[in-house]
Write a protein that binds this ligand. Structure first.
Ligand code: LMR
Length: 329
């Protein structure tokens, strides 16, 4: 490169980095940036910047930095934040039918799950959220949940008896733990580590990414790869913000979200193996954590005990909706 070209290149860089964005989108979430959701949020922010030529800047606030559980949706309503991706359980008071996703063992595998999310049932639930004054965008993935404890290994339902478990605010999750004799306690995600550390609760249920990136492995002695429930997200946007957002820039934001959804789901698929390897490494090196897998008989015992709660939710979630999910092949 000639000296002239070098100077020109440097000047262009300076000018472009000095262009202030005309619009800012504040995105809030509660997990670590190093999770599928965190990485998806950062990817979205980058793509919005690229597709709008820097006109729109997405600022990501991870780790409940700006808003925690229960505050995110209020912030969107007030226009103080613009995009959030709460897990399904956090929609309980807004759209109780979203608790469908909390039903233990409702999904056979990821293929079944995605067919439901991207099919009729997923759309019905999005419409219900839209009717409550949000823009419902895409479904994102965290993964199947696993049980952990610092009291004792949980291999059979009776092992959960008498243990206190942190849950998200969902009646289904409450019933699920009560069905196996556990004591569920609702706590915001940001308080789970200290609650486990201080013995406010004995155990929890988490996908591997949340378990490891929040260092729950340090405050739990036993992790059972139970895959008993599912954790996923609905990305939502503030309706009032979107109404005022310039029409010519909307397609770029939606395109960035479409790409981010594909990216996030791929990350989630990859992430489980990575996280399990890291957790096993930690278990081996520290000697402080045991990782258990379930035999088919043990898994069947969990399934029997937990699925018994379904009829309790036929009214709230809708028996037809549950049956629709089960019918998806
Ligand atoms: C939880 O509260 O356990 C999860 O909803 C956190 C999250 O957003 O993944």
């Amino acid at each position: 490169m000639t000296k002239f070209l070098k100077v020109m290149a440097a000047a262009t860089l300076l000018v472009s980095s000095a262009i202030a964005a005309e619009y800012t989108i504040k995105l809030t979430h509660v997990v670590s940036p190093n999770t599928p959701k965190g990485k998806g949020a950062d990817f979205f922010a980058k793509r919005v910047g690229e597709l709008t030529g820097g006109k729109v800047e997405v600022i990501v606030f991870p780790n409940s930095q700006l808003y925690g559980d229960g505050e995110e949706m209020k912030a969107l309503k007030l226009g103080n934040a613009h995009i959030a991706m709460p897990s399904f359980s956090k929609f309980t008071s807004l759209v109780p039918e979203m608790q469908l996703f909390d039903l233990p063992f409702i999904f056979r595998d990821k293929d079944h799950l995605y067919k439901v999310l991207d099919g009729e049932v997923g759309q019905i639930l999005k419409d219900k959220v839209t009717a409550k004054g949000f823009v419902a965008l895409d479904y994102w993935d965290a993964g199947f949940k696993h049980l952990s404890s610092n009291k004792k290994a949980i291999l059979l339902p009776e092992d959960a008896a008498g243990q206190k478990f942190r849950i998200m605010s969902s009646h289904v999750l409450e019933a699920q733990f009560k069905a196996v004799g556990g004591n569920p306690q609702v706590l915001p995600f940001s308080e789970v580590y200290s609650a486990l550390q201080q013995g406010v609760v004995d155990g929890a249920e988490n996908p591997l990414s949340n378990f490891y990136t929040k260092k729950f492995n340090e405050v739990q002695t036993d992790l059972t790869l139970s895959n008993h429930g599912y954790l996923g997200y609905l990305v939502i946007m503030s309706e009032s913000f979107w109404k005022k957002f310039p029409n010519d820039l909307k397609p770029m934001v939606l395109q960035a979200m479409k790409e981010a959804t594909v990216f996030e789901r791929e990350e989630a698929a990859r992430d489980d193996d990575d996280m399990l390897a890291k957790i096993n490494e930690y278990a081996k090196a520290s000697g402080n954590l045991k990782v258990h897998t379930l035999t088919p008989e043990q898994k069947a015992a969990w399934q029997k005990a937990m699925e018994a709660i379904y009829p309790q939710f036929y009214k709230v979630v809708g028996e037809d909706l549950i049956k629709k999910v089960q019918a998806v092949k």
